[in-house]
Design a protein around this ligand. Structure first.
Ligand SMILES: [Zn+2]
Length: 165
């Protein structure tokens, strides 16, 4: 508190005024406007490809993880805990789910042939392709060097995913 040359009884606080507070209810209302249907407060927190991806370096199944709030998959090639500077140890493999999903319709067409293409030239939804992979027990091996996904099917199918987009 500081006193200035003001009439007796007047006091001006040196502290800045509080910013206007928004009540929690108002805040939630605003959030509800920003997210469609109000229900989707959280982003889609699931890994669509969990269990379907394998590491092209060591062959292990990729673990689901989060990278910058996005679904991603990784392989530590069997190494856990603090990493030691082992020059022979391959770098951990990371691949983002949103880099894979756009390529799944193409992969599906390569796997099943043009006869299975949805009429009107529409490409299959990535989720339908994932269902197909699960029911057919097809896993995808990710090769980090070439950024390709290949199927473990008798007739191998490959797609390149572009991570530079
Ligand atoms: Zn690995």
């Amino acid at each position: 508190m500081q006193r200035w040359g003001l009439p007796d009884g007047w006091v001006i606080s040196a502290r800045p005024a509080h910013p206007a507070l928004v009540s929690e209810t108002d805040y939630i209302t605003v959030q509800g406007i920003q997210t469609p249907r109000g229900a989707a407060v959280r982003p889609d927190r699931c890994h669509l490809l969990a269990g379907l991806l394998r590491c092209g370096i060591c062959g292990r199944q990729l673990e689901s993880c989060w990278a910058n709030n996005r679904a991603a998959y990784r392989c530590r090639h069997g190494h856990t805990g603090a990493s030691r500077s082992d020059p022979d140890r391959p770098k951990n493999l990371y691949v983002r789910e949103d880099h894979i999903l756009p390529h799944l319709p193409a992969l599906h067409i390569l796997l099943t042939g043009p006869s299975d293409i949805v009429p009107d030239g529409a490409s299959p939804d990535p989720r339908e392709v994932i269902d197909h992979l699960r029911t057919s027990k097809i896993t995808l091996t990710y090769e980090p060097e070439t950024r390709t996904l290949r199927t473990g099917t008798p007739k191998e199918v490959k797609v390149t995913i572009d991570q530079k987009r």
